[in-house]
Design a protein around this ligand. Structure first.
Ligand code: MF3
Ligand code: CO
Length: 246
């Protein structure tokens, strides 16, 4: 389990991730390329925060952030020839390492004026996290998260992606336990001092995903829109604390 020293450092790197997610919002406009967004983040993480973009080189991932537009579920690779257009929705996912501690968060951004349909998808995806987090406290089952998230998003006719999950985080980017966002019987309980990510991917259509030929980009099979938010969360003695506030 994490010591107070560990938690101090995870909080420190989480503040950097939060500030990056806020900082980048002013650049999200029609006409910018996802490659430029990556370039801006890469430089700021390294030169300003003296930190390292944890995605870069992770299992040979080639860029410093993930940029997932419209029907891209997750792990979209930034490209200088991929321009954002009015009405797009984009997830920017930032993982950072500082002092050998990791934090990971993501949020949706609107490019110009997206449809009500797109805005609602993003809102419900974000709300599902806050509904689920209510049950986080030492002794409760982690699997409750998946029950709450799946039930909630399905009420709106959406589906929850099964192929990717949240994870423990701290001394590594991905560590135990897995945090599933769909109904499951995983036997693991929350313990004080545990740090994990919650990062549901929610589709307007079917939950099935397919991996593109670049080996990273994940899209919805039915080409429906997908949204994702991600937070790094600490389990406290009475409940939880979100470490990546954006
Ligand atoms: N940030 C992603 C996650 O939520 C993964 C980043 S590593 C990458 O776990 F290589 F996939 F970019
Ligand atoms: Co993550």
């Amino acid at each position: 389990m994490n010591s107070l020293y560990d938690i101090y450092n995870i909080k420190l790197v989480s503040n950097i991730v939060s500030e990056m997610l806020i900082y980048i919002s002013k650049f999200i406009k029609p006409g910018i390329s996802t490659g430029e967004i990556d370039y801006i983040c890469h430089n700021r993480i390294i030169n300003y925060y003296k930190a390292y973009p944890a995605s870069l080189g992770y299992m040979n991932y080639p860029k410093s952030i993930c940029t997932s537009v419209n029907d891209v579920v997750c792990h979209g690779i930034p490209r200088f020839n991929k321009y954002l257009r009015n009405g797009d929705i984009i997830n920017i996912d930032i993982s950072i390492c500082k002092n050998n501690y990791y934090s990971d968060a993501s949020k949706m951004y609107f490019v110009g004026n997206p449809s009500i349909k797109s805005i609602n998808l993003c809102k419900i995806t974000k709300n599902s996290i806050f509904k689920a987090l209510k049950i986080v406290k030492p002794g409760n089952k982690i699997s409750l998260l998946g029950f709450i998230i799946q039930n909630y998003v399905e009420k709106f006719g959406y589906s929850i992606v099964r192929d990717y999950c949240g994870h423990g985080i701290g001394k590594k980017l991905h560590q135990k336990p897995n945090i599933l966002h769909y109904k499951n019987n995983y036997n693991f309980i929350f313990k004080e001092g545990m740090v994990f990510t919650i990062e549901p991917m929610v589709n307007i259509g079917n939950y099935r995903t397919k991996l593109m030929k670049d080996g990273w980009t994940v899209k919805t099979v039915d080409k429906s829109l997908s949204a994702q938010y991600e937070y790094t969360v600490l389990v406290t003695n009475k409940g939880y604390k979100i470490l990546t506030k954006f």
